[in-house]
Design a protein around this ligand. Sequence first.
Ligand SMILES: [Zn+2]
Ligand SMILES: [Zn+2]
Length: 407
Amino acid sequence: MTQSGFEEVKFLAEEFKEEIIAWRKHIHMYPELSGKEYKTAEFIVERLKEFGIEEIYPAFGGTTSVVAYIRAENPSDGKAVGLRADIDALPIEEKNDVPYKSRVPGVMHACGHDAHTAMLLGAAKILNQLRDKLPRDVKLIFQSCEEYPPCSGARALVEAGVCDDLGVIFGMHVYPEIPSGTVGVKEGAMMAAADFFKVELIGKSAHASKPHMGVDPILMAAQAINSIHHIVSRKVNPLHPAVVTIGKIEGGYAPNQIPDEVKMEGTVRTFNEAVRDKIADWMERALKGIAEVYGGEYRFEYIHGYPPVINDKNATRYVREVVKKLLGEDRLIELTEPSMGGEDFAYYLKKVPGSYIRLGTRNEEKGLVYPLHSAHFDVDEDILPLGSALFASLALGYGKTPEGGNF
Ligand SMILES: [Zn+2]
Ligand SMILES: [Zn+2]
């Protein structure tokens, strides 16, 4: 894609700026919880039809997601470029006093998915006008339920085959930790797998003065805590980051009684699937051994959250080049550390190479400094056309050859 191509995208994004901002405000005012994004999906379909996009698949994969194609006028051998926005809101009561404040009590777009949706709509409008310049088809993925792992929209869409005709996929998230208008990229591990576990250690209640008559689950818990903490330091390769935290423990009623049970809960964060499985396996082994030694029992539940988000090297290099050409080198931020948070974009990346990008929205002058999921979170509207331009450029610049990613 030539420099004038990038200028054209920027020009169109600027031309649609007010519209993109208005869409975001509308979606912000009517937030819907994960898996229940009915009105949001309708709004998306209406806009896409308005732009003249014909191939639209609402309720894709039995979810409330909307998938649509913008077909290249001169198609190439390359598979489609996927662009993904998540569309759900959170069960949070908005504390911002703004004209576009949430009209739905207890529900708020506190993670910026309203902005993602509006930015991808903006990109769709731009790309549909530039179909003659598209190197390959574009698949727009407006994904439901990112915030609630049991109904993960990404998992459902991948199972329904959404990645089957994709050559690459890009996702973007607004990010209040880097300045407005900058773009954060990182190759490799971007976000952790975030799992949870529950442990019950079952003993036998007895008088505190007669411990030999019972089985002490508090002592079992002490051993379990020790053993579990040794998994990372003694069973995991030190070059593979992992965190195990037991964040909750309860048990016992009186100072002079051995109780019958202790319960614990915690979380495991990893960037490597093998490490992830190993930790779960060793936890169970430790608990089994302790129960046997003390003559008690155990219950263990390991709840898998999202897999780790691993950005493809080449796709991320390509993003870097696009950002430099579209916005300039000074707007590109190399993120040095991955985040220990989770994100279901991981499921697409397990199927197809791609990159998950952070779009800066921190603006101290405007007071936009609150973290994601805060009841005070808000995005800097000025970055919305920029996000649309970036999405559109990623699709326009990807190249005709099957391997793609070259200008
Ligand atoms: Zn979130
Ligand atoms: Zn989010």
